[in-house]
Design a binder for this molecule. Sequence first.
Ligand code: GTR
Length: 427
Amino acid sequence: MKAQTQSILFIITLLLMTIQTSTSQDFVPNYDENKIPPYELPELLVCQDGSVVKTAKDWTEKRRPEVFALFEEHVFGKTPAKTFPLDSDVETDNDALGGKAIRKQVTLYPFGKQAGYKIELLVYLPKNAKAPVPVFVGLNFKGNHTINADPDIRVSDSWLAEMKRKGEAPNVDESRGASSSRWAVDAILDRGYGLATVYYYDIDPDYDDGFQNGIQPYFYPSKDYKLKPNEWGSIGAWSWGLSRVMDYFERDAQINEKQVALLGHSRLGKTSLWGGASDERFALVISNDSGCGGAALSRRRFGETVGRINRAFPHWFNDNFNQYNENEDALPVDQHMLIALIAPRPVYVASAQDDRWADPKGEFTSAKFAGQVYELFGKKGVGVEEQPSVNHPVGDDIRYHIRTGKHDVTDYDWQQYLNFADRHFGK
Ligand code: GTR
């Protein structure tokens, strides 16, 4: 009898597992504009008490805090308010990249040196700058040493740990510069900007580990602490790390902390939008191909959807976001409201033609509707009703382009971001 019950239970478990895997594997994205269900976006300019936002002051004092709180509660989660002393060690080389750059390798100790937790920040600054320089900052996917072939970039412990976890040989030499096509270091320096980057695993490793690794455990009394459904996920954690980088910029006399452009690609583009919304010290924000949970409207359900992203990456958002799997119309926000949280600061939303998974049209539409808030500040949005043709950037304080090619960060993207920064930083 007991054996029988056990085998029945075993069969039920197997069945449940099959149902679970098949729902995520069998996901068929919709790529047909004609199959987009009719949807209504939540009102950006109507407060929860029904009053209408008419001025920048109404937005800043009343509606913005509401919208921000909705994103915390339903999408990205609340970041703990707890603060820690930031310590840092800086190693500087004034003659890097063949003499054109200053390279700083900054070890940040976000919980104080005694705690031992480290985030490795790599900074390049143009040499011979006459004043503190504006910088682009962004997290990288594969390790600081992959963004440029510079043989002196340190390899972080979290990269070695990840290689070990994946059972891969840590081939440092081969991976040096492997992602350099995504980081236009020369163009950035030649145009008078600095570049700063952190390997995102240094802040929180990108897999579902119940938040045992990375920074989160430092906020809670024990490892057994179970995050509440409205508490932060990995995107919240990565954003927190970016704010610590900003804390460092405020201490570095060679960096103009008032002119920091925050940039991210894909999941890290979702992070740049949330990081830029959460920390208003970032003067300019760039979302490169951020897609679902980033710039793309969730209600369009084109390409990746809320249900699919939550099943594939259960650790990125908070648990409340699961309530909107296949139930997007119930969301009290949509992603145009996330872009609006950046106002009045300049924001750039970029898409790629072959990146249908990220829903380029949904990214454009979000950027367009966020314009309502920019206008309250006397700023200008994308300035067009319809998505522009490829390689034709549009817009002013909200800028948008769709370029030819795939899901990636290219020199074309960087050229646009540099032009955008020139315009808004008055260079
Ligand atoms: C995909 C994910 C996207 C995007 C992308 C990336 O697998 O579905 O939302 O974030 O990864 O970060 O490259």
